[in-house]
Ligand binder design. Structure first.
Ligand code: GTP
Ligand code: MG
Length: 326
């Protein structure tokens, strides 16, 4: 595959090229990794989307929200990409692929692009691939990239590392359940959205929103927040209520952060993180090469037999690690 040609097709907004490129970054093959790295370098980072991380427990209405919110955005003339980080291999058939029925209209919208998460058990690998998929969607000219994850703990941190804004979706619930949301996740949220504020649940949703608004006010103020943020609001994804307000709230925050330098700062911090992550991944990949494995096995035996001291043997091993083609 010619990566310059591929890059041009992605930049021109060719969906098939984008889908192929995401498959490439998701691949575990070493030659694909080389191509993916080259492609990302050719594409550069001139185009910027608003990256929105979105988390919520199973059944809270993430898919319904993305369908309604996504359609609202495409209706405004924006191009929307949806990606997912799925920490659990337990979900059948790879997350939002099966969900495409719930995102039926959005998945058929020419201004939307929905990509199911790669089915993988190792969160680290999935995270890197999703981050690269985000970069590909930006290069393809999408205005908004939604990165969905099921709220089970660890995956939120990873999604926050690749998002400009973080939205936490919650269900209406009694006061006790406020304790159920882990503090760390609350602290990550820029906007807490109580979904299902309709029908019988409407009053409970309003109460839940007030509870969270109160809890947020008690939290330590973060430098990257203007007055009134983080905030809590109610929506009905099903009845498409409150969605323009969510968009205004997100835009207001991103505008403020851009104007005050926090946008660039966050992206710079994230770039550092992913660079260091890539270095670690590359070094670990070197350990998997046959020569390295053989050397490691031989030195392990020598250490076990007491012929070599562990630290000295390790230092010698690392000194002798070479690039595959060097
Ligand atoms: N009343 C009401 N029900 C909703 C709303 N949004 C979603 N639901 C319902 O809640 C259920 C779960 O919605 P999903 O959108 O599949 O939730 P999810 O968070 O994507 O769930 P997982 O993919 O399993 O993690 C469905 O039966 C939806 O119809 C809403 O705004 N109001
Ligand atoms: Mg879903």
């Amino acid at each position: 595959m010619d990566m310059t040609d591929m890059a041009q097709r992605i930049a021109a907004g060719e969906r098939r090229a984008l889908a192929q490129a995401i498959t490439l970054v998701e691949s575990g093959r070493a030659d694909h990794r080389v191509q993916a790295t080259a492609l990302l370098a050719v594409l550069g980072q001139d185009r910027e989307a608003l990256r929105i991380g979105l988390s919520g427990t199973p059944g809270v209405g993430k898919s319904t929200f993305i369908e309604s919110f996504g359609l609202m955005l495409t209706g405004m003339g924006l191009r929307v990409a949806v990606l997912a980080v799925d920490p659990s291999s337990a979900r059948s058939g790879g997350s939002i692929l099966g969900d495409k029925t719930r995102m039926d209209l959005l998945s058929r919208d020419p201004n939307a692009f929905i990509r199911p998460s790669p089915s993988q058990t190792h969160l680290g690998g999935v995270a890197r691939r999703t981050r690269e998929a985000v970069a590909l969607c930006e290069a393809a000219g999408f205005d908004v990239v939604l990165i969905e994850t099921v709220g089970v703990g660890q995956s939120e941190t990873v999604v926050a590392q690749m998002s400009d804004l973080f939205l936490l979706l919650l269900a209406p619930a009694g006061g006790d359940e406020l304790q159920g949301v882990k503090r760390g996740i609350m602290e990550m949220a820029d906007v807490i959205v109580i979904n299902k504020a309709d029908g019988d649940l409407k009053a409970t949703a309003t109460r839940t929103q007030a509870d969270y608004a109160g809890a947020l006010r008690l939290m330590r103020k973060r430098p990257q927040d203007p007055e009134g943020y983080p905030c809590a609001m109610t929506v009905s994804a099903l009845e498409q209520r409150g969605l323009p307000e969510v968009w205004e709230t997100l835009e207001g925050l991103s505008d403020w952060r851009r104007a005050h330098g926090f946008w660039e700062r966050t992206r710079a911090t994230q770039a550092r993180y992913w660079f260091q992550d890539a270095v670690k991944t590359a070094l670990l990949a070197q350990l998997e090469r046959p020569e390295a494995r053989a050397a490691l096995a031989a030195l392990s035996d020598a250490v076990a037999a007491g012929e070599q001291e562990p630290a000295a043997a390790a230092a010698a091993f690392v000194r002798n690690l070479r690039e595959p083609d060097a």
